[in-house]
Design a protein around this ligand. Structure first.
Ligand code: P6P
Length: 339
């Protein structure tokens, strides 16, 4: 979808650009577009709005607490996790555009439609352990083209992130925002709850070349590889010429830490450590969507040595070390890993 070729509106408007209008405008800029992609993205927008209403009312709707089940990660499933997963699966199935979903909450990928053109991988409610303490949580997703493998769609989700055609994340924070890319930059939308619409609020988000904050769980220090410890110590040295020390920010909710890093620059790192030797975060529905968005905004994403989007997934719930951020800051991290 190319938004560059859009002619200016016929008349000045007192109405903001809705998510749907933005998606439709992009479709008009894409020769041969059938509207299916636009329809799928609008369906995801609807799902996020529904999840928003329940997250906002969680305390009142007794949606806090656990369902008593555990998910494929062995984590106790919060009621809101299960609800968000159900909403996304239902809305995507009804769209008729989605061949299959891969979700953090589902052990296997689920085929929804043999005729759907797209696969959607998502973490329906990331950071759910923060729900009860009112810290920002979110929904993370990416869209791939459905590839049948001898009629079997299962392998369709196991595509590297460089095949992504769209990605985004919602943050249910002080406001509910949606950051979205369809391959032509990253655009931010803010939900106006009074009308239930997302309006374009941050056109063409760019991640600064270099920032001045780093985001990592310092509590894992003892478990880190020595090269990570050296990088961490470097960021905390006093060197005015190099803009050091960096400030430290860590929420413990990927969408919140990633969104701040995307908007203000700097670096987010969840490296492998002795407790999580393959890393903690998930490749298909956390690292890949975020890596796609950061690259679309001029940033970078690596597992420490390789580009996240080039990693070939082996399983739906693969974990990976994830380093996201300003191009220069990610390069510095990588230099320490390769040094
Ligand atoms: P830790 C939240 O549980 C999550 O999956 C991500 O949102 C977040 O970045 C990470 O885990 C935080 O992990 O080990 O620092 O609590």
């Amino acid at each position: 979808m190319n938004h560059d070729s859009l002619s200016p509106p016929a008349f000045p408007s007192v109405v903001g650009t809705t998510l749907e209008a933005h998606i439709m405008a992009g479709m008009r800029g894409a020769p041969g577009a059938t509207g299916e992609f636009a329809s799928l993205l609008n369906a995801i927008g609807l799902a996020v709005r529904i999840i928003h209403t329940r997250v906002r009312a969680a305390g009142l709707a007794d949606m806090l607490g656990y369902t008593g089940e555990t998910n494929v990660q062995g984590e106790r499933v919060q009621k809101l996790d299960a609800f968000a997963n159900e909403v996304l699966c239902t809305v995507l199935e009804r769209s008729g555009r989605c061949a299959m979903v891969a979700s953090e909450e589902l052990e296997q990928a689920h085929v929804l439609s043999e005729t759907g053109k797209y696969i959607v991988c998502f973490d329906p409610l990331d950071g759910s352990s923060n729900i009860d303490v009112n810290i920002s949580i979110g929904t993370i997703f990416c869209v791939l083209r459905a590839q049948s493998a001898g009629g079997r769609l299962y392998e369709g989700a196991l595509q590297p992130g460089n095949k992504i055609v769209a990605a985004g994340y919602a943050v249910y924070g002080s406001a509910t925002t949606l950051s979205l890319s369809t391959g032509h930059g990253v655009h931010g939308f803010t939900l106006d709850p009074s009308v239930g619409e997302f309006f374009l609020s941050h056109s063409n988000i760019r991640c600064p070349e270099r920032g001045n904050t780093y985001s990592i769980n310092e509590g894992n220090f003892a478990r880190w590889d020595d090269r990570v410890k050296k990088w961490n110590a470097f960021l905390k040295t006093e060197d005015k010429e190099r803009g050091l020390p960096y400030g430290h920010r860590y929420v413990g909710s990927l969408v919140a830490d990633a969104h701040r890093t995307l908007m203000k620059g700097g670096i987010f790192a969840y490296p492998a450590d002795k407790k999580s030797p393959a890393g903690k975060l998930r490749l298909l529905y956390e690292a890949n969507p975020m890596a796609y968005l950061f690259e679309q905004a001029g940033g970078a994403a690596t597992n420490g040595t390789d580009r996240i989007l080039d990693i070939e997934p082996k399983g739906l719930h693969d974990r990976t070390p994830l380093i996201l951020g300003s191009k220069e800051d990610v390069k510095t991290y990588r230099d320490f890993m390769l040094g």
